[in-house]
Structure formats: C-alpha cells, structure tokens
Design a protein around this ligand. Structure first.
Ligand code: CMC
Length: 392
C-alpha cells in the first residue's frame, strides 16, 4: 500500500537483510562473515572460505575434513547426464551448457529440501558443491572432445577441479603449486559479493521455494551476461581486439567515451565500488606474480596496463568513478593458466557457487517472502475492444 518507490536496477533498494558479506563501495572494503578479503586471500583456501560463507564460521580441522568428505560422497553424477551433454553441439557456449546441466540435476535428484531440517540443508549444500564442480568441468571436456573425468576421492576440492579439467588418459597429470594457488585465490575473490545480479536471481527464484539446483541454474544464466560475469571473457576479447588492431589504446578509450557508440570498456566500472575494487588490487598483484612464476610474457597484459593507466587519468572515467574491476585482470591469469576464453565465466561460476548456496540458504532459513516487485504502469488507459475489421 502507499506510493510505490521507483528504483530501476534497484540502485537504492535493500531487498533483504543478510549476515554474509559486508561491502563498502566508497572505502573499497569487502568482508566475508567479518573477515577481510585481503586476509582470506592471503591465508585461506577456497574450501575453507566456502565453509565460512555457507555456515558462518571458519571450520575447525575436523569440520573441514568432514565437509570435504561429505562433498566427496555426492561426486558421482548420474550417467544419463552424459546423454544430455552429448546432445549439445561442440560449439555450444559452456555457460549455456552449464545452466542446462544444473537444471537437469533436479531431474536426477528430485528430493525437495526441507529448509527447516539442518540435515537436509547440509546434504543439499554438499551435493551442490560436489556435482556442480563436476558438471562445470564437463562443459570444458565436451567443448574439447575429451573423455569426461571423475572426482578423485583421495584429492582436495581444488586439486579435483584441476584434474577434472585437465587430466588426460594418455599422460600423468602433475599439479603445479603456482597454478593451484592462483585458482584458490581467484575462487576466493569471487566467492560472494552480496546482492549482485546473479545472487539476487538465485534468491528471487528460490523465494518461490524452487529447489537449489533450479535456483542456481538461474544464477548461472544471470552471470553469463557481459555486464556481469561474462565481462571476464569480454575483457580478454577486447584486449585481443586492441592488440590485433595495432595496440592503439586511445582509440578504444575514445570509443568508450562516445555516447553514440555502444562500446564500453569491459572490466571497468562497478555498481557499488566507486573508488576502487579491492578484488582488482589483489588480482593485479597476483597476475604479475603468476605470469612471472610461470614465465609467461603476455603482450595482452601490456595492453591492459596501458589501458588502465590511460583510463585512470582520463576525466571521463575519473568523473564517473570508473575503475578496473575484478574481471579486468582475472582473464589474464586464466589465460596464463591455460584456461580457454569461453570458460572464463564458468570459472567465475565455480567461485561464486558457495555465495549462491549461502544466500539461498539464508533466504530460506529467514523465511523471506516471495520476491515480487511492483511497477509504475505507464501504458494505455482503459480502451474498448476493436473488432478485426475496424483495425487500421
Ligand atoms: N565504459 C564506458 N562508460 C561506462 C562504463 C564502461 N565500462 N561503465 C559505466 N560507464 C558510464 C555510463 O555510460 C554512464 O555514463 P553517463 O553518466 O554519461 O550516462 C556512467 O558511467 C554510469 O554507468 P551506469 O551504467 O549507470 O552504471 P551501472 O552501475 O548501472 O553499471 C556496470 C555498472 C558494471 C554494469 C558498468 O560499469 C559496465 O557496464 N561495466 C563494463 C562491464 C563490466 O566490466 N562488468 C563487470 C562488473 S564486475 C564483475 C561482476 O560483479 O559481475
């Protein structure tokens, strides 16, 4: 009742109360459950951070081992899922395949989760952490035409990610600690980001009491777009285009500023961060380290640095508070780690999974009402039906 508040894009609307992630866009602060992103990126690993985000506290050694073991229990994905994968063309975008496969998991795991039952919730969390990782890597194996790999119960979560993605039957797969460390860090940086587009989608879909897989499938679709998670792929494609076009950074800056040109500088700007993105700072440093350690000399990194330098001095970007975001540098690291460009957004999805799960769980435990925004109607007033013969 009363006047409806008009807030397109929900720029100033809080849709829920949440105890998961604290974000201060002015100060560039990001904390999961009270721990700073810098602290976690430096000292923790992805599975530990996932536990923290989902359950609220850092796990004890025993709790972490139990979590890891319980995730292993659910790692077998129904064999029929392979028929679905086979039905996709090899050229299908992995994010589309991932959204479909996540939704299909509901068919093979039809149990309705009772959100009032701790055991049910815990089981749903472990199942999702497990099966989503496996199918996410399968989207890559499919695109490459490689045989699908299975979860190895003797290995850790991130080791499994690497093996599921890259291990081939023809040669032993050795995990490079530099690569593993970088993946852990990237996943931690992406693990949650309060009420962003995909997370709000997960909460919204879940608010109708749709299941966790269905809600997460919707989150994957939301993440796919280039203004959200798809930006990491778009950044790299943009940097390559600039390089192939002679490396003229100023030309692309001019395009980004031109209001008659729809081109935006991918990896720049953020709805909430208006001074800097703390994740971008960590990732920029990591990019230098990883490339140095792996001995990669990537000309695209040089273009990225030039572009960043020029944009940070340009009044257009300064006035609008447009800074490099997390995705500006993540693609460069992914590329150095041998991950193909069209898989970048899938990497983001694997990292964001604990955040989606935690937010869905919180929404259900808090018994939030169904998400149902209102609108300001601007259409026609009442009109009488016009018979076909009288229409012009
Ligand atoms: N390049 C050029 N101009 C831009 C850009 C950009 N990347 N981003 C914003 N602007 C301009 C925009 O045109 C507008 O100008 P004006 O005031 O003259 O009309 C002003 O800055 C404000 O932009 P906005 O679109 O109102 O801001 P928003 O909060 O709605 O959008 C955003 C935020 C992230 C969608 C946007 O900055 C963008 O499109 N960035 C490029 C895509 C990108 O990197 N996305 C990844 C975000 S971080 C990872 C994630 O969380 O998904």
């Amino acid at each position: 009742t009363g006047a409806i508040t008009y807030d397109p894009g929900y720029k100033n609307s809080g849709a829920c109360k949440s105890a998961i992630t604290f974000l201060d866009g002015e100060e560039g602060i990001l904390r999961y459950r009270g721990y700073s992103i810098e602290d976690l990126a430096e000292n923790s690993n992805f599975l530990e951070v996932s536990y923290l985000i989902i359950f609220g506290e850092l796990p004890t050694q025993e709790e972490l081992e139990k979590f890891e073991n319980d995730i292993r229990k659910y790692s077998l994905v129904n064999e029929e899922m392979k028929n679905i994968i086979d039905g996709f063309p090899k050229t299908a975008h992995p994010m589309g395949v991932l959204a479909s496969l996540t939704s299909a998991l509901t068919a093979f795991n039809p149990k309705v989760v009772d959100a009032d039952c701790k055991k049910d919730l815990y089981e749903a969390v472990c199942k999702t952490m497990s099966k989503f990782l496996v199918i996410a890597t399968w989207t890559y194996r499919k695109a490459k035409g490689y045989p699908l790999n299975y979860y190895d119960n003797t290995k850790s979560y991130v080791d499994n990610f690497l093996r599921l993605m890259f291990a081939l039957p023809t040669s032993p797969y050795e995990i490079d600690p530099v690569v593993k460390n970088a993946i852990d860090k990237l996943f931690i940086l992406h693990a949650d980001h309060e009420q962003n587009c995909s997370t709000s989608t997960v909460r919204m879909v879940g608010s109708s009491h749709a299941g966790l897989f269905a809600s997460i499938s919707a989150g994957v679709s939301a993440l796919w777009g280039p203004l959200h998670g798809g930006a990491n792929q778009a950044v790299l494609e943009m940097l390559e285009a600039i390089q192939n076009d002679g490396g003229d950074v100023d030309k692309y800056l001019a395009k980004a500023k031109d209001k008659d040109d729809s081109f935006r500088l991918m990896g720049f700007g953020h709805r909430v961060y208006k001074n800097f993105d703390p994740r971008a700072r960590i990732i920029k440093k990591a990019a230098d380290e990883v490339l140095g350690k792996l001995g990669v000399d990537d000309p695209v990194l040089e273009i990225a640095k030039k572009l960043e330098e020029a944009a940070l001095k340009d009044p257009y970007f300064v006035e609008r508070h447009l800074y490099p975001n997390v995705d500006f540098y993540s693609g460069i690291i992914y590329r150095a780690l041998g991950i193909p460009t069209e898989m970048f957004t899938v990497m983001f999805a694997i990292g964001r999974l604990p955040g989606w799960i935690a937010q869905w769980k919180e929404m259900r435990i808090n018994k939030e009402p169904i998400g149902r925004p209102r609108q300001l109607y601007i259409g026609e007033e009442l009109r009488s039906f016009v018979p076909m013969k009288d229409r012009k």
